[in-house]
Design a protein around this ligand. Structure first.
Ligand code: HEC
Length: 177
């Protein structure tokens, strides 16, 4: 009899425990999510990305530019960037701003495009190196950017695209020495 009670007690206790845990985790998860301000989430994600591949540790793109393949860069652009960016002179803004003369252009300066405050705050001009970082991991380079693009993982692909961007300009800026 005693052992039956013990077993029954155990079963009851485990059932209760499971219920409580269930309730508690139900209660904890949503509250936890709600309490976490969107800003904190945004702050955390890029830190992880940055830890995996810190923006500063991306090898410089300059050495790859000299031998870059402009035609291949154009192909990549048409497949991966054109969905969001036109690149012809005077072309319209789409999801992203027109890319004509992007190399050397002041950041977040294309007329008629509503940039994120994150990109507006970045400052400076689009150098080869900054574009390299932007198309490697936009979120790691400009935390909070509107550019929802996974990135081009291969350095030579990025160099090819940048070499193509360089040509889409009235006066293509000099290639790095
Ligand atoms: C899913 C849409 C999308 C794709 C794909 C995309 N971009 Fe963007 N891009 C954007 C948006 C949106 C912005 C504006 C970002 C902001 O305001 O934070 C932007 C901004 C930029 C800028 C800065 C422009 C400026 O005027 O300051 C560059 C450079 C750029 N993109 C290059 C590229 C290249 C090159 C590719 C392809 C390898 C690419 N993007 C793919 C949406 C996209």
């Amino acid at each position: 009899m005693a052992s039956f009670n013990t077993v029954a007690g155990c079963v009851l206790a485990s059932a209760l425990f499971a219920m409580v845990v269930g309730k508690v985790s139900n209660a904890v998860v949503p509250v936890h999510r709600l309490e976490k301000p969107a800003l904190a989430v945004a702050d955390e994600a890029p830190t992880e990305t940055a830890a995996a591949a810190p923006a500063e540790e991306l090898p410089p793109i300059d050495p790859l530019l000299a031998s870059a393949n402009v035609e291949h860069g154009k192909e990549i652009f048409m497949k991966q960037c054109f969905t969001c960016h036109t690149i012809d002179k005077g072309g319209p803004n789409k999801v992203g701003p027109n890319q004509w003369d992007i190399v050397g252009r002041k950041k977040a300066s294309h007329e008629g495009f509503s940039y994120s405050s994150a990109l507006q705050a970045k400052g400076g001009e689009w150098t080869y190196e900054d574009i390299n970082h932007m198309i490697f991991k936009p979120q790691a380079f400009v935390r909070g950017t509107k550019m929802a693009f996974a990135g081009l993982p291969k350095a030579q692909d990025r160099a090819d695209v940048i070499a193509y961007l360089r040509t889409m300009n009235d006066n293509p800026p000099p290639l790095p020495k």
